[in-house]
Design a protein around this ligand. Sequence first.
Ligand SMILES: [Zn+2]
Length: 279
Amino acid sequence: MHILTFDIEEWYHLYDHPKRFLTSQKNSHGFSLVKETNRIFRLLEEKNLKATFFWVGEEAQKYPLLVKELNKCGHEVGVHSLSHSKISRENQKMFKTNTEIAVKTIEDIIGVKVKSYRAPAFSLTNESLWALEVLTDLGIEYDNSTVVRKNLGGQIIPSTPFIIKNKDIMMKEFPVNSFSLFGFNYKYGGSGYFRVAPYKFLNPRLISSPYLMSYFHPRDFDKSIHRKIGPNPLLKLKYRLGTQRAFRNLETLSKDILWTSIRDAAKKVNWDKTKIIEV
Ligand SMILES: [Zn+2]
């Protein structure tokens, strides 16, 4: 099962600080979100592949035609928060208000129920398990906010789809892959990890993985990202590394992997026999 996902968010969300930029700075660097999302879209059309596009609600408000087009062409449109705040930055009430606005915004655009959710930075933690109840209330069926091998509620996240049980909530969960490297969870299926890893090392691992959750952002393919992120040389290096070859590598992988969306993958999972992790 190989799943392809994209977090459709503006380049400045790479900073974990929602108020870091003035509006004028945010708008001063062109529209790489639209340009890169269109490039991804054309590639998927050409290869006849489907994916899940997790939209940040504020971005969906800005680019409704793009959201609509993706849905019309058979891709799944999921939700990735309202303004890219980690769950831990909000209390339950704020999380509910903001996520509801994001879900409704997207549903109004596409006319279809939104069923998949991903927390910014995979930020579902022991302290924010209440988010599962909020998501269930909003009609979310598939969550993608956990990382394989991480500890959640005293349980280790498995490397296949599973069900999280929290009180009376049962949420279908698609974790993002990781392996341990020097004690660090290396989320090898996408984004920066994909950009910097030697392709010859990563490629066979991705292709042979029985379960793969790949995830990218428009900025992962934006070669001009270094001009946008200010003078900090370390950040420039971190976000620029591998952008030159990332899209080419995605194209190559698209020949070898029959990627699909979460919505379509969920139909192939036997949920009655799936592992239940109680947290
Ligand atoms: Zn994100």
